[in-house]
Write a protein that binds this ligand. Structure first.
Ligand SMILES: Cc1cc2nc3c(=O)[nH]c(=O)nc-3n(C[C@H](O)[C@H](O)[C@H](O)COP(=O)(O)OP(=O)(O)OC[C@H]3O[C@@H](n4cnc5c(N)ncnc54)[C@H](O)[C@@H]3O)c2cc1C
Length: 465
């Protein structure tokens, strides 16, 4: 089994900067990512899909990685599907001859697996033509426009980025439906302006000017309540919402659209930290689970560090800074540096991170969805796409006595599909509380291997051999 000082799971901006930092200090590093190129959600594209600023960051990251290539083994098209104690990392390398299953061993781990989209189900959300905002953004960046009248709905800063990229790709956007009220935004306006990074502000303003120039209507305090169509989306109903995002009956409007980009921002991906048994906390203000860390970026499992959007969602500039910090902390433990030598650079990163965190927290708190949106989900709305479990199925399970998320999973198969509950798991607690009329303990599905799907035949072959 190959051994490394440090294994880094996820080669996005956080993972790459961690690998560069650790390798520069002398550590041997395994950098693992499921994609065919390093760079993560934003930078694993070829250059021509990025704006000039992003292009500069990408080439800097890759150039630095190239310089330490002799110390970093990069595993691409490789999924981490299990982690055993002290740290044996199980990999599934797609496209290799043989089974593609390998284990590596590392003295320390950095988990930098990024974020996933926050998606709440609504009637019609599984119709062809309804995309997640991040997925549609990726297409737009590649110059692909999958509709003639595009509607953007949900909340969060990704909406503005998406609108800008769609406009650049020549799309026609018929409206932006945003659940947040202008009052909620202005209540934290000063905090947002004082914490925003100058470069982020500049691009944000450019995007907004572009949206204004195209005279795109923005429906604040509105949500999409239904998408309809026979074989694909043909239209949507939008509705005004109150301050807990409950739909206000009688305020519905119909909009003709053939493509919807939908989502409420991002939440940390916690499947791998949960698989490792790290403690997590539910952040009530941001409404998501995140791993609990000490001031040295280490989880409750000594030797496992976390960096980037899988800790809290803050964007790629913060992810780069956090990657460096986590790598330095791991290298202090490994003996490649010490606090006296690295103290000054840790302090600079901490100062930069403080500002990123302040801005991210304010913007995420403003744009997070509230529980009133669950009133939009009708009995025949699919809640778990992978296993096609509807609200009606969940209602029946609750009527039969199910009271917690794992019981619902056992009775309905919700959360047992391809995505392993990453999406339906976002709303299941609130749905149970709504159906039972009791706010119970918030829980997540019990983590199970494989964390990523592996063809059954391959696993069976490996077990049999
Ligand atoms: C769908 C989506 C679209 C986005 N679009 C934009 C955008 O256009 N502009 C922008 O500024 N920000 C965007 N973001 C946010 C941006 O991705 C992050 O702020 C930034 O990339 C964070 O860097 P990171 O290194 O923490 O994570 P990421 O860049 O997400 O990198 C994490 C990497 O880990 C890999 N990974 C995860 N689990 C495993 C596993 N089990 N095995 C192997 N590899 C694994 C992932 O595939 C990914 O490559 C988007 C986020 C998402 C989720």
């Amino acid at each position: 089994m190959k051994e490394f000082d440090l294994a880094i799971i996820g080669a996005g901006p956080a993972g790459i900067s961690a690998a560069v930092e650790a390798a520069t200090m002398g550590a041997s590093v395994a950098l693992i990512d499921e994609n065919s190129l390093p760079g993560g959600k934003v930078f694993a594209h070829t250059d021509n899909h990025l704006d000039p600023f992003e292009r500069g960051i990408r080439s800097q990251l890759l150039h630095h990685l190239e310089k330490v290539a002799h110390k970093v083994a990069v595993f691409l098209e490789t999924e981490v599907w299990n982690i055993l104690d002290q740290w044996i990392v199980s990999l599934y390398q797609r496209g290799l001859s043989g089974s593609g299953l390998t284990d590596i061993k590392a003295r320390k781990l950095i988990i930098s697996i990024g974020a996933l989209e926050r998606i709440l189900p609504f009637p019609g959300w599984t119709l062809p033509g309804v995309f997640s905002a991040g997925g549609l953004n990726r297409l737009a960046k590649m110059g692909i426009v999958p509709g003639k009248r595009i509607l953007i709905a949900g909340s969060g800063p990704l909406q503005i980025v998406l609108a800008h990229n769609l406009l650049n790709a020549g799309a026609s956007i018929i409206g932006i439906v945003n659940v947040t009220s202008p009052r909620r935004i202005s209540a934290r306006g000063l905090e947002l302006i004082s914490a925003v990074n100058r470069l982020v502000l500049k691009s944000g303003l450019n995007y907004l000017i572009n949206i204004k120039r195209h005279k795109i209507p923005i429906y604040f305090s509105h949500a999409i309540s239904r998408a309809y169509g026979i074989n694909e989306v043909e239209g949507a109903t939008i509705v005004r919402v109150d301050k807990s995002h409950r739909p206000i009956r009688g305020t519905e409007k119909q909009i003709t659209t053939d493509c919807i980009g939908y989502g409420f921002g991002l939440i940390p991906s916690v499947d791998i930290t949960r698989l490792c048994g790290c403690d997590h906390v539910f952040d009530e203000e941001l409404a998501y689970w995140r791993p609990k860390l000490n001031e040295r970026m280490e989880t409750s499992k000594p030797g496992i560090f976390v960096a980037g959007d899988c800790l809290t969602v803050k964007g790629y500039l913060a992810a780069i800074e956090e990657g460096k910090t986590a790598a330095t902390e791991a290298c202090i433990q490994l003996g490649f540096t010490n606090r006296k030598h690295s103290g000054a650079s840790l302090a600079v990163s901490a100062k930069r991170l403080k500002r990123f965190k302040r801005f991210a927290r304010a913007i995420e708190a403003v744009s997070r969805p509230h529980s009133g949106l669950l009133d939009i989900i009708s009995d025949d709305t699919v809640v778990c796409r992978c296993e096609e479990v509807t609200l009606r199925d969940i209602r029946s399970a609750v009527a039969e006595g199910a009271r917690d998320v794992n019981d619902i999973k056992r009775r309905t198969r919700l959360g047992m599909g391809h995505c392993q509950g990453r999406f339906c798991g976002q709303v299941i607690n609130e749905l149970i509380w709504k159906l039972t009329g009791n706010i119970g303990k918030r829980e997540m599905f019990t983590p199970r291997i494989p964390a990523r799907p592996i063809p059954f035949g391959i696993l069976a072959g490996e077990c049999g051999s």
